[in-house]
Design a protein. Structure first.
Length: 310
């Protein structure tokens, strides 16, 4: 694929679509939203306002890291604290689709609705990619960023138009565009991270305590597996508990799953055969998190599993 030509076409298209209006986009720090941010700024300059929504579901140190990386590219990013709004919307929910639905509604209706009304922007630029659309349409799972295919007209429901410049690309294509746009490797080669963030890695209720556990486990897994070159690796907190022993006492503790997979475009995935010493080190570190007394390694390919757990 000719990425240079793709970029030129998209820039022209975005300029045509937005005209003299202004647009907003949410940057999560993942590859897709990072590419949309740089592409959007090339096309629209300061008529595009980029926000980082702190939804309480992000990885350790993520808000500061993302803002600082874009600052180095002279792209201003405003951090919006929406932690309480998201946690309140997720409280008490355990069904995976209900959790995804709550995140979508909170994102597009409550948080963006307010931002758009306050800024006067007419457009929201989105990092939706082809795989997100295909999986939602196939009924596998409702991706947080899919609206039209779910019968939602954003203009009618939320009061703004949504533009999806990456909707004809899969993950490998997005990385190709990222390199052409000159994004630092830290962003262009970053492992995928879903929009609903750590909520896709907590089976059962999302609470601040359970988020803290999966966030610490995620930091350990990302550090230990950074050199594997795998497509994606993650930590997942299960809803079940298991009996264990801590300091000579019985403990009914949390179970964390480690997943590390290879894939080209996230449509199919195979587990990576990690060496035993790496698995043992992971297990030792993960079970040192307070309250966690089991660490499992997931051997399931996609299909039949999906990559995320929720
Ligand atoms: P699944 O779990 O469907 O994941 O096999 C396929 C790829 O997509 C990512 N993913 C998402 N990305 N919004 C996103 O932006 C979502 O709702 C979402 N769900 C999954 C996942 O991390 C994997 O790379």
């Amino acid at each position: 694929m000719d990425y240079e030509a793709w970029v030129e076409n998209k820039i022209a298209e975005l300029r045509r679509q937005v005209g003299e209006s202004t647009a907003l986009n949410a940057l999560s720090g993942g590859v897709d939203s990072s590419v949309v941010t740089v592409l959007g700024h090339r096309a629209l300059g300061d008529r595009l306002k980029t926000v980082f929504i702190d939804n309480a579901l992000m990885r350790e140190g993520e808000p500061q890291r993302v803002v600082s990386l874009f600052d180095q590219m002279q792209i201003p990013v405003e951090c919006v604290d929406a932690k309480k709004t998201f946690l309140d919307a997720l409280a008490g929910l355990t069904d995976p689709e209900e959790k995804r639905c709550a995140i979508t509604e909170t994102f597009y209706k409550t948080v963006f609705g307010d931002l758009v009304r306050n800024s006067g922007a007419k457009f929201l630029l989105h990092g939706t990619i082809l795989t997100d659309i295909e999986e939602t349409v196939a009924g596998i799972k409702r991706q947080h960023n899919i609206l039209a295919q779910m019968g939602i007209d954003p203009q009618e429901a939320y009061g703004y138009h949504v533009l999806e410049p990456l909707a004809d690309l899969r993950k490998d294509g997005v990385r190709g565009v990222a390199r052409i746009l000159g994004l630092p490797a830290e962003l262009s080669e970053r492992i995928p991270f879903p929009g609903p963030a750590l909520a896709t890695r907590i089976v059962g209720e999302v609470t601040p305590e359970r988020l803290a556990t999966v966030r610490t486990a995620t930091a350990i897994v990302e550090e230990e597996l950074a050199d594997t070159g795998a497509f994606q690796y993650m930590a997942v907190l299960l809803a079940d508990k298991a009996t264990g022993i801590r300091d000579g006492q019985r403990e009914f503790g949390e179970i964390v799953v480690v997943r590390c997979i290879d894939s080209i475009d996230a449509r199919e995935a195979t587990p990576v055969e990690l060496p035993w010493d790496v698995l043992h080190r992971l297990c030792k570190r993960v079970t040192s998190i307070p309250g966690v007394n089991r660490c499992l390694y997931d051997l399931t390919p996609k299909p039949p599993a999906t990559i995320e757990y929720v």
